[in-house]
Design a protein around this ligand. Structure first.
Ligand code: BEZ
Length: 224
């Protein structure tokens, strides 16, 4: 079964995009990367998603995350669609977005990356691409994967939130609890001994008492 699992290295594919031909590893360089796929050009949900992604480009760039989209259809179609996306955002109908869109006309990448949605088909009965989000770390390994069907648009605020969690937890021995937002307290990872946790988190470690008597619910203010 094709697809990508957490920890897998991003395939170093070559593709035509709205910003020229790319080799994926060269495109990523030493940055984090986000690849988000779309079922088809000139479709309503995708247009709203790409409009929002364009508006958030500065936020991703601040986090050192390179963005790239993928949709079935040609570069020419993508460029023409970009005008609609910019107009939807209330801007000049330019052909440019702040990130490239891969042209996956023959669905080769969508198949290789496990992105097809069998429930949504084009007029020829071919499956469309689902709404996948892949986040790659600077080591080019897959850190996060989200898979939505074509009929459900994603929440790009949530995608930024998970990037914040991924980057924090990549560098600190913490995990982020339910509904965490940047600035909230975080959990000390279970593998860290109490003594070590005290040294690593000088702002303090707060343990919640539980009926089991087990001391696993350990909070600390978000480390710098
Ligand atoms: C959309 O982007 O609106 C869409 C695309 C494919 C299936 C359903 C909705």
């Amino acid at each position: 079964m094709p697809g990508l699992l957490l920890g897998d290295e991003a395939p170093n594919f070559e593709a035509d995009t709205t910003q020229g031909r790319i080799r994926f590893h060269d495109f990523l360089g030493d940055s984090w990367g986000i690849l988000f796929s779309h079922p088809r050009d000139f479709t309503p949900v995708c247009t709203t998603e790409l409009g929002r992604a364009a508006k958030l480009a500065a936020e991703f760039s601040k986090r050192n995350v390179k963005m790239i989209a993928l949709s079935i259809d040609s570069v020419q179609d993508h460029l023409s669609w970009c005008k609609d996306i910019n107009a939807y955002n209330g801007e000049q109908p330019a052909e440019k977005l702040p990130f490239p869109i891969i042209a996956d006309k023959n669905r080769e990448l969508a198949v290789q990356l496990g992105m097809l949605d069998p429930d949504e088909q084009d007029k020829d009965g071919m499956p469309l691409t689902a709404r996948v989000v892949f986040v790659f770390g600077p080591d080019k390994k897959l850190k996060l994967s989200i898979l939505y069907p074509a009929t459900t648009g994603r929440n790009f605020d949530e995608i930024l939130r998970v990037v914040d969690s991924l980057q924090l937890t990549a560098y600190k021995k913490v995990a982020t609890p339910v509904d965490w937002k940047p600035g909230d307290s975080v959990m000390v990872v279970p593998t860290l001994a109490d003594e070590e946790a005290k040294k690593l988190f000088p702002k303090g470690v707060f343990t919640k008492e539980l009926p089991s008597g087990k001391k696993y619910l350990r909070y600390t203010p978000q480390p710098e």
